[in-house]
Design a protein around this ligand. Structure first.
Ligand code: FAD
Ligand code: SF4
Length: 512
């Protein structure tokens, strides 16, 4: 069977409004979607992540067929699904298209693979900009040109003005761009109280089959499918968005950094995977949050805090990713070379904070931003884990993991591997931070305030050791120097004990 154009739809391109679809001739063109086994095995992907991608792809395929598109869909159980290249090359050979059309891939390596396969087959590729994002890659490159340093806050203000979001003429609504000072509350002794649970999306026939397929084809991949209830269609994603705006957005702002045992989502949206798969458009997500503020249903601190994540951070990290790839993946500014401790893959550790976050991650495929940044991320940085190892872990275990957003967050924000390009100073913190923002320390055998001795919290030992190891680099750093000055309060004898204790921890974790 021949076709005019072959239109490639990748697993994270499930946008019903993608402009590449508008160019399709429903009779002459053929759409292609591929479930590649290699993509879930290359970096062993959490079972829930694979299930979410495949279930969402299968539902999108149904929708495409219902709209009259001709679609070739290669399922995970067929020999061709061995890997993406094989499936694409064989489809090109069989259908001999005049051209391949696609929305630009989200991942650098994926686009390269496609370009190479098409070049080998002698078929030109026409790439369409991904209009899911507000800011194109070219616009980001223009914005970036000539700037010596990148600052997310500057970018965010530019985006607020450019798209007229939460603006009062040329001024920010409420008079301040940033309400972060209102957004660092912890829950206090009483805990978070009752937070309405997100809607449970019970698996339909397609999703149930997908869960069986994932269990069958990826039995040894990390994570569990037992609690799988993520939105896998656009309709479900819209339902999740409405539920968030009504139930959790009002308290999202103040408690966005807080953590609590046995509470997974707290006041967060849980929308990252739906956004990254393009089931939701960031414009509609922002617009619904702003409408809640306009209708007095959510305070400005929450709405601004949420808009900052979607309009600011999400667009910003994508811009950084595309302007820095491919070298970004190899960066290691702090020359960290420790292996990733084995407990990251099973959660069996006596550090209660890490146990809670890792066990939750393996059970659900989800952890909120502060759990990722300040628990698993900071610990790896303080220990001195090789950034590429922790990068692989984050890509593997989260349902929303896609490289364009994961890599800048991990290598840049959480590990400072990019020498401060993304985040200017390292997010170094001791166990005291975790004690303040969660109830994790209450059930732990360690004491967050102790930096030497048998009960010393490993976070705290490694924190002071980290400050000493990187004293030269940060002692005069404009944003970090104050934190580093605290070192002066520690005498030589105690410093030596901390260093020795940190060294023992490094040995212990390297062997775990
Ligand atoms: P909410 O807290 O409800 O935030 C709303 C939305 O804002 C999110 O859905 C997301 O789309 C966006 N957002 C928030 N923070 C960020 C951020 N720092 N960068 C980009 N977008 C942001 N996010 C991913 O989508 N995929 C990843 O693979 C990923 N890896 C991460 C790795 C590390 C080490 C860290 C520190 C963060 C990572 N993040 C990643 C960003 C962030 O942690 C998640 O987007 C968020 O926790 C998802 O939960 P939520 O949807 O409930 O977010
Ligand atoms: Fe984590 Fe230290 Fe608190 Fe234990 S005491 S939960 S290791 S921060």
């Amino acid at each position: 069977m021949s076709c005019r154009n072959l239109v490639l739809i990748l697993g994270d391109q499930l946008d019903r409004r993608a402009s590449v679809l508008d160019t399709c001739d429903k009779q002459a063109d053929l759409l292609l979607m591929i479930e590649s086994r290699h993509d879930s095995q290359r970096i062993p992907s959490h079972k829930a992540r694979t299930a979410l991608f495949l279930a969402a792809m299968r539902h999108h395929a149904e929708w495409l067929r219902s709209q009259g598109f001709r679609l070739e869909y290669i399922t995970v159980d067929t020999p061709l699904a061995k890997d993406f290249q094989t499936a694409l090359a064989e489809t090109l050979r069989r259908h001999q298209p005049t051209e391949v059309r696609m929305t630009e891939a989200g991942e650098f390596g994926v686009q390269q693979t496609i370009n190479e396969a098409c070049a080998k087959a002698g078929v030109p590729v026409q790439i369409f900009a991904d209009d899911h994002f507000l800011f194109s890659r070219e616009e980001f490159a223009d914005w970036r040109a000539g700037r010596k340093t990148l600052v997310m806050e500057t970018f965010y203000r530019h985006m607020r003005k450019r798209y007229d979001i939460l603006m009062d003429g040329s001024k920010p609504v409420g008079g301040k761009w940033n309400l972060d000072d209102k957004n660092r509350a912890s829950f206090g002794r009483k805990g978070p109280g009752l937070i309405p649970a997100p809607p449970p999306f019970a698996p339909d026939k397609i999703t149930a089959q997908t869960l069986r397929d994932v269990d069958k084809h990826f039995p040894n991949n990390p994570g569990s499918l037992d609690t799988f209830a993520w939105p896998v269609t656009r309709e479900q994603a819209l339902h999740m968005l409405d539920d968030f705006v009504e139930q959790r957005l009002p308290a999202f702002g103040p408690f966005q950094d807080a953590m609590w045992t046995d509470h997974v989502l707290l006041h967060h949206s849980g929308l990252s995977a739906a956004l990254n798969l393009k089931l939701l458009d960031p414009r509609e997500v922002i617009q619904k949050a702003v409408a809640a503020y306009d209708a007095n249903k959510a305070p400005l601190s929450s709405v601004e805090g949420f808009v900052r994540q979607v309009l600011g951070w999400r667009e910003y990290v994508r811009g950084v990713y595309w302007s820095e790839m491919p070298d970004y993946l190899e960066l290691n500014a702090l020359q960290a070379n420790q292996p990733l401790p084995g407990f990251y893959w099973h959660g069996d550790t006596d550090m209660h904070c890490l146990r809670v976050v890792i066990e939750q991650t393996l059970a659900t495929g989800y952890a909120h931003h502060i759990q990722r940044l300040m628990v698993t991320g900071v610990f790896a940085m303080l220990l001195g884990v090789r950034p590429q190892e922790i990068h692989t872990w984050y890509l593997s275990v989260y349902i929303d993991a896609v490289e364009w957003v994961e890599a800048p967050n991990t290598l840049g924000m959480s590990q400072y591997a990019d020498n401060g390009l993304l985040g200017s100073k390292p997010y170094a913190a001791s166990g005291r931070y975790i004690q303040r923002m969660s109830n994790y320390c209450e059930a732990c055998r360690y004491q967050p305030g102790e930096r030497t001795g048998e009960n010393a919290c490993p976070f705290t030992v490694l924190y002071w050791d980290f400050l000493m190891r990187h004293d030269e680099r940060f002692a005069k750093h404009p944003r970090a120097a104050m934190q580093w000055r605290m070192l002066q309060r520690i005498d030589h004898a105690e410093r030596a004990t901390i260093n020795q204790q940190a060294e023992e921890l490094r040995k212990q974790f390297a062997a775990s």
